[in-house]
Design a binder for this molecule. Structure first.
Ligand SMILES: [Zn+2]
Length: 480
C-alpha cells in the first residue's frame, strides 16, 4: 500500500472501530523444526483440544495449501453487489491432521457483525463453527479430520455488497459509479507453527496473509460496466445486455476486481506482459497513457531486479478519489494517479505477491522491499538517507508488526517505508551493489510463490557476504 500523510487524520477515525482480537500465539515457535515422530504423535493428540486460535504445536508447514478457488458471481445493475457460488479445494500439507479451516471475510471489517457486507451460506463439505474477529473470520469444521497429504473441497453461496463510501473511494466499497472489491472474496486463512493467523483488519496497512493459490472467477455483469480483475480475463456475451468475464490466475494470493464505467487503454511491456490501465471519469486520458508507460517500465525494471513477472497480465485502476495513493493486489493495483505510488504497487507484485509474507506481523518484508525496489526503478540510491533517521522510542523497530503501528500510525510510513528502504540501501552499500543484486534476485527465486520471513532474509544476507551483519541488524533495528 502507499498513502500520503495528509490522510492520516481520516485514518485515525477508523482505529477505534477495529477490535484487537488477534487469535494467534507465538508460544509454539520454540518447537518449530523439531517435528520428530514422537513429538508429532503428542501434538496429534492435543490438536483437537487446542484452545481457539491455537494450532498444533509441532506442525512445521503452512497449511491449507495448493488451494484452487472456483467462483461464479453475478453482479447487479450498478456493479456494487455480487452473489453466487464459491468452491475451494485445498491440501493439508502439514504433518498434523486438519480439523478445520478458516475463511477470512475481510469485507466485514468496517460493518462488523451488525452490518456484514459479505455473507456465506449453504455450506457444503464442512460445518460453520462460528464467526470471530469482528465477523472477519469464519471457522469451518471439516466432517472428518483431513490427514497429512489429504485434499478436501468446501463450497458455499456467497454475497458481497460494496459499502457506500461518500467521502472517498476505498479498497472495498462503492464511490460514485465505481465499486472496488479488494479483500472481498472469502479466502483461506493460514495455519502454521504459531497456529491460525486470525489477525484483525487494519486500515494503517495490511493484515492479509495468504498462500499462493489458483483462481477461476466468472463475473457475469452488465455489459456497460468494465470489470478489471486479477488474472487474465476473457469476455463472452451473456444474456441480453450482459457480458460474462472469466478471469483465471495461477499462483496468486488473492483475487480482486472492480466494476464501473471505466475507460481502458492497453499496451504490452517490453517484457511481453499485457498492461491494462482503467480510468474513472475524473482521470484524464493523457494521465492514463502516461501511467501505462510508467507501469510498463516499472514492470520491466522489477523483472530485471527480481526475476521475470510470471503472469500474462497486469491491471491498474486509476481513481483520483482514492483515500490512499495506491494499493496492491495480485495482477491488479489501485492508484490515485501517482506515478511513484504506481511503481511501488507494481513492486508489490514481487514483495507480497510472488514472494509472500505475513503482512500483519512483518509488514517491512513487503513495504520496505517495495519501497527499495521503487527507488531502484527510479534511479534513487538513498545517498545519505540514514543521517535523517530519528527514532522516537527504544521500542520503535523497522520490523514491528501492525499491532504496534496501529498504536503509532503517524510513524508507520516513516519507519517502515522510509527507514526500511534506507536500511536496504545501507545494506547494499555495506555488502556491495553486485552482492546485493545477487542476494535479492536469489532470495526472490528461493521464495518464489512461497513466504518470506525476517530470519530467512537475514540468513540469506549473511550467507551472501563475509561481513558479520550482526551489528548492522542491531543498528538498523531489524529484529527477528
Ligand atoms: Zn505498499
Amino acid at each position: 500500500m502507499s498513502r500520503s500523510a495528509r490522510l492520516l487524520a481520516a485514518l485515525l477515525a477508523c482505529f477505534a472501530l477495529i477490535a484487537s482480537t488477534a487469535g494467534t500465539s507465538t508460544a509454539a515457535t520454540s518447537t518449530a523444526g523439531t517435528s520428530t515422530a514422537g513429538t508429532s504423535t503428542a501434538a496429534t493428540s492435543t490438536a483437537g483440544t487446542a484452545p481457539a486460535g491455537h494450532g498444533p504445536r509441532n506442525a512445521s508447514e503452512r497449511t491449507p495449501a495448493a488451494a484452487a478457488y472456483t467462483v461464479d458471481l453475478t453482479g447487479g445493475a450498478s456493479g456494487d453487489d455480487w452473489s453466487g457460488h464459491e468452491r475451494v479445494s485445498f491440501d493439508n500439507v502439514s504433518t498434523e491432521p486438519l480439523h478445520e479451516v478458516v475463511l477470512r471475510l475481510w469485507g466485514n471489517a468496517h460493518g462488523g457483525c451488525s452490518a456484514p457486507a459479505v455473507s456465506v451460506t449453504r455450506l457444503v463439505g464442512g460445518a460453520e463453527d462460528g464467526l470471530s474477529v469482528g465477523c472477519t473470520a469464519l471457522r469451518i469444521a471439516l466432517p472428518t479430520p483431513l490427514g497429512p497429504g489429504g485434499r478436501h473441497t468446501i463450497g458455499f453461496d456467497v454475497t458481497m455488497r460494496a459499502p457506500e463510501r461518500t467521502d472517498s473511494a476505498d479498497r472495498f466499497g462503492r464511490h460514485g459509479a465505481y465499486s472496488y472489491f479488494g479483500n472481498a472474496l472469502p479466502v483461506l486463512a493460514v495455519r502454521d507453527t504459531t497456529g491460525w493467523h486470525l489477525d484483525p483488519f487494519t486500515d494503517t496497512g495490511e493484515s492479509f496473509y495468504a498462500l499462493a493459490a489458483d483462481f477461476t472467477v466468472v463475473l457475469d455483469h452488465p455489459a456497460a460496466l468494465g470489470v478489471p480483475a486479477t488474472g487474465r480475463s476473457s469476455d463472452t456475451p451473456g444474456a441480453t445486455g450482459r457480458t460474462v468475464t472469466t478471469a483465471t490466475a495461477r499462483q496468486v494470493r488473492d483475487f480482486a476486481w472492480a466494476a464501473g464505467p471505466f475507460d481502458t487503454v492497453s499496451g504490452v511491456s517490453a517484457g511481453g506482459v499485457t498492461i491494462n490501465v482503467h480510468r474513472t471519469a475524473g482521470v484524464g486520458a493523457a494521465d492514463a497513457q502516461a501511467m501505462l508507460a510508467t507501469a510498463g517500465s516499472a514492470l520491466d525494471a522489477h523483472s530485471r531486479a527480481f526475476g521475470a513477472y510470471p503472469y500474462p497480465e497486469l491491471d491498474a485502476v486509476l481513481d483520483d478519489d482514492l483515500w490512499f495513493s495506491g494499493m496492491e493486489y495480485p495482477g491488479f493495483v489501485l492508484d490515485r494517479v501517482k506515478a511513484t505510488a504506481l511503481v511501488h504497487e507494481v513492486a508489490h507484485q514481487w514483495w507480497y505477491g510472488i514472494v509472500g509474507d505475513d503482512q500483519y506481523h512483518q509488514p517491512w518484508l513487503d513495504e520496505s522491499f517495495a519501497e527499495y525496489a521503487t527507488d531502484l526503478a527510479l534511479g534513487r540510491d538513498g545517498a545519505g538517507c540514514w543521517s535523517t533517521v530519528a527514532w522516537v522510542s527504544p521500542r520503535e523497530r523497522i520490523t514491528n508488526g501492525m499491532a504496534y503501528w496501529d498504536d503509532h500510525p503517524e510513524r508507520y510510513e516513516t519507519v517502515v517505508y522510509d527507514y526500511g528502504a534506507c536500511a536496504l540501501h545501507e545494506l547494499r552499500r555495506l555488502i556491495g551493489t553486485d552482492t546485493m543484486t545477487r542476494l535479492l534476485h536469489g532470495y526472490a527465486r528461493e521464495h518464489w510463490y512461497g513466504v518470506s520471513s525476517t530470519p530467512a532474509f537475514k540468513a540469506a544476507a549473511q550467507g551472501a557476504t563475509a561481513e558479520d551483519l550482526t551489528p548492522f541488524w542491531a543498528a538498523h533495528r531489524i529484529d527477528g
